[in-house]
Design a protein around this ligand. Structure first.
Ligand code: DQA
Length: 161
């Protein structure tokens, strides 16, 4: 990993970039169940992660979709040398299509849930996505996305990244 020009590059020489994906209903953050998900909008959260990326020399692009197929296509669009942060929302609990898409691209991936899914309804205790990701963060609110970015950078710094 080199840090010329204050931009991280894995051993492949490409710039490090991160794709932050949010799934269904997360576009409503700030107004949706604030007692569970807090009062920050998705835009505010994305801007914070982008800013942290600037501080850490990593470019972050963001997307959100309520549609399973679109999320699959967005995951496919991630390229080698990139990292993926994904909050699949409720799709985490049953979308084998999103799980298979993540398995197919083989880039470092961190799954984020803002709430502590294990302390909530039983159907939220299972994530079919978790077995194919490198890390899982839940219950840390919006800060979980910042933790995920830091964790991904560590993954991308591995010599085989
Ligand atoms: C969530 C948890 C999911 O169970 C839920 O369906 C969401 C948000 C979270 O960030 O805590 O939409 O992924």
């Amino acid at each position: 990993m080199s840090t010329d020009d204050n931009v991280l590059r894995p051993s492949s020489g490409q710039d490090v970039s991160v794709l932050l994906l949010n799934g269904p209903n997360l576009n409503l953050l700030g107004e949706r169940e604030p007692g569970v998900y807090g009062s920050q909008s998705l835009k505010t959260i994305e801007e914070r992660v982008i800013q942290l990326g600037v501080e850490l020399g990593v470019s972050v692009s963001c997307a959100q979709s309520n549609s399973e197929g679109e999320l699959v296509s967005l995951v496919h669009g991630a390229r080698h040398g990139q990292g993926l942060i994904i909050n699949p929302g409720a799709y985490a609990h049953y979308s084998y299509a999103i799980r298979d898409a993540i398995a197919a691209i083989s880039i470092p991936c961190i799954e984020v849930h803002m709430s502590n899914v294990h302390a909530r309804d039983e159907f939220r205790h299972t994530s079919v996505v978790s077995p194919v990701v490198d890390g899982f963060i839940c219950g840390c609110g919006a800060f979980g996305y910042e933790l995920a970015l830091r964790a991904l950078i560590q993954q991308l710094e591995r010599p085989d990244a």
